[in-house]
Design a protein around this ligand. Structure first.
Ligand SMILES: Cc1cc2nc3c(=O)[nH]c(=O)nc-3n(C[C@H](O)[C@H](O)[C@H](O)COP(=O)(O)OP(=O)(O)OC[C@H]3O[C@@H](n4cnc5c(N)ncnc54)[C@H](O)[C@@H]3O)c2cc1C
Ligand SMILES: NC(=O)C1=CN([C@@H]2O[C@H](COP(=O)(O)OP(=O)(O)OC[C@H]3O[C@@H](n4cnc5c(N)ncnc54)[C@H](OP(=O)(O)O)[C@@H]3O)[C@@H](O)[C@H]2O)C=CC1
Ligand SMILES: O=C(O)C(=O)Cc1c[nH]c2ccccc12
Length: 403
């Protein structure tokens, strides 16, 4: 039977929820300024998104210098686009070097500000195997500051399609995909055409599987990862220093047309809103092509329109066509989980993002902070972490000097 909080822990310093790149870098920056913190994570390792929920052949798709965390560069011998293994090694070394030791298996289920006491009360359930003797072990952490670092990819989105239960084959989310080995020779319907959908289709091809990728409304922004050896992302960042976003979007689309050709011929149209605008407003990251387009052109990846319903042997599409499938992989994205556990605060929207836009969404009321919700990948994580740690350190110094 479940029981109420069985332990209470007073935290001297901030309580940081999440031990991904954001939580680790906030804790490291705090530590560098002499501020202790407690980092909680529901998983049993640091950076669980990277260690447990991504596929083997994944690489960073932004150049390395956009992905370094504050205070520790990548080793010199890392390539421009580090592999997942290299990135995970780096994150583990980052935690070790900065002396950050998260408390694992702590799934935060509620956090609220106790106005009377002027303190945050954070409840976490121990989800480790040893605690499964029929009783939840709940710890209440109490502290002056709360840093939300649970990320933009905390929970999977799995749409509920009509007839899904009739489909005879396995249905999984892309976060469970490790390699195409299990799919050799199989017809795989990949739902979604973000970076995950595209890269999984490419990986499936490499393992001689037969992927069909659903591109809803036939629309997605695909950009080359590099143009004449220069990263498209670097070009965008550079142009944004001088030009408004809408104009940079126009230029990116024009350059993509030059470097990738006409995608309409292969059944892909561009959304009317620009790639950066869509990233910032809806969290839809443009696809940075690492080879999937060539496989679409060669016919190894079939592009199909939206799904109407599933049946035993596959799916019926919105254009009335039927596509046969042995397995389905949902590459349909992720959502934040903050509204599920942060109570009594309107700092976050219903979608679980700070209401205040970048670069000011890192600080809320009453000692509440957020890191990693900027829709700017790892460079957004770093910029938040530096600001959050600086602000808390100032309050910390004031508090300790007035004692
Ligand atoms: C496949 C993939 C590839 C990516 N590649 C890049 C890239 O190349 N470059 C780039 O800049 N960005 C990339 N990103 C974006 C990604 O968001 C960042 O890389 C980074 O992981 C964000 O760090 P974070 O700490 O904010 O979130 P996360 O890495 O998701 O960490 C959040 C942590 O919070 C924990 N958590 C969640 N809820 C709770 C709870 N209730 N209680 C306790 N703990 C909780 C999770 O277990 C997790 O460990 C990629 C994302 C994905 C999915
Ligand atoms: N190498 C790398 O570094 C990689 C990075 N990533 C990153 O991970 C993050 C998550 O990416 P990803 O997992 O691709 O998620 P995204 O949210 O970017 O994409 C989700 C996709 O699913 C589609 N979709 C959602 N619901 C449905 C539906 N009901 N029917 C059909 N299609 C649907 C969306 O279509 P629509 O646009 O029409 O809503 C979209 O194409 C991104 O930031 C991405 O850049 C991911 C993989 C590799
Ligand atoms: O790789 C990701 O998922 C990111 O979120 C990195 C990123 C932030 N802003 C972008 C704009 C275009 C392509 C990738 C990113």
């Amino acid at each position: 039977m479940a029981s109420a909080a069985s332990k209470v822990v007073w935290v001297n310093g901030p309580i940081v929820v999440g031990a991904g790149p954001a939580g680790l870098s906030v804790a490291a920056c705090l530590k560098a300024r002499g501020v202790p913190s407690v980092v909680l994570d529901r998983a049993d390792c640091v950076a669980s998104l990277w260690q447990r929920r991504t596929y083997d052949r994944l690489r960073l798709h932004l150049p390395r210098h956009f992905c370094e965390l504050p205070g520790m560069p990548f080793p010199d011998d890392y390539p421009e686009y580090p592999t997942k293994r290299q990135f995970v090694d780096y994150l583990e070394a980052y935690a070790a070097q900065s002396g950050v030791e998260p408390r694992f298996n702590q799934a935060v289920t509620s956090a609220r500000y106790d106005k009377a006491a002027g303190l945050w009360r954070v409840c976490a359930e121990d989800v480790s195997a040893t605690s499964s003797a029929g009783e939840d072990v709940v710890t209440e952490y109490i502290g002056r500051w709360l840093v939300v670092a649970t990320g933009e990819n905390a929970e999977r989105i799995v749409p509920d399609f009509q007839g899904m239960e009739e489909f005879a084959g396995p249905v999984s989310h892309v976060s469970e995909y490790k390699s195409g080995e299990a799919y050799r020779g199989k017809r795989v319907l990949v739902v979604g055409c973000g970076n995950s959908g595209m890269e999984v289709c490419l990986n499936l091809c490499d393992h001689n599987a037969l992927p069909a990728m659903v591109v809803r409304d036939s629309k997605v922004h695909v950009l080359p990862r590099e143009m004449l050896g220069v990263a498209t992302f670097s070009v965008a960042v550079f142009l944004l220093r001088f030009l408004p976003q809408w104009l940079v979007d126009r230029i990116l689309v024009l350059l993509a047309r030059v470097f990738l050709g006409d995608l309409e011929k292969i059944g892909i149209r561009r959304p009317s809103r620009g790639p950066l605008e869509l990233k910032n407003s809806r969290g839809r990251t443009p696809v940075l092509d690492i080879g999937a387009l060539a496989r679409i052109r060669s016919g190894d990846i079939e592009v199909v329109p939206g799904i109407k319903r599933f049946f035993r042997g596959g799916a019926e599409l919105v254009d009335g066509r039927r596509v046969a499938a042995d397995a389905v992989i949902m590459a349909t994205g992720y959502h934040s989980n903050v509204p599920q556990w942060l109570k009594g605060s309107d700092f976050f929207t219903q979608e679980g993002y700070p209401r205040v836009p970048f670069p000011d969404g890192w600080k809320g009321e009453s000692g509440l902070y957020s890191a990693g919700f900027t829709r700017r990948g790892l460079s957004g994580v770093s910029s938040d972490a530096i600001r959050v740690a600086q602000d808390i350190a100032m309050a910390w110094e004031q508090q300790t000097s007035s004692r």
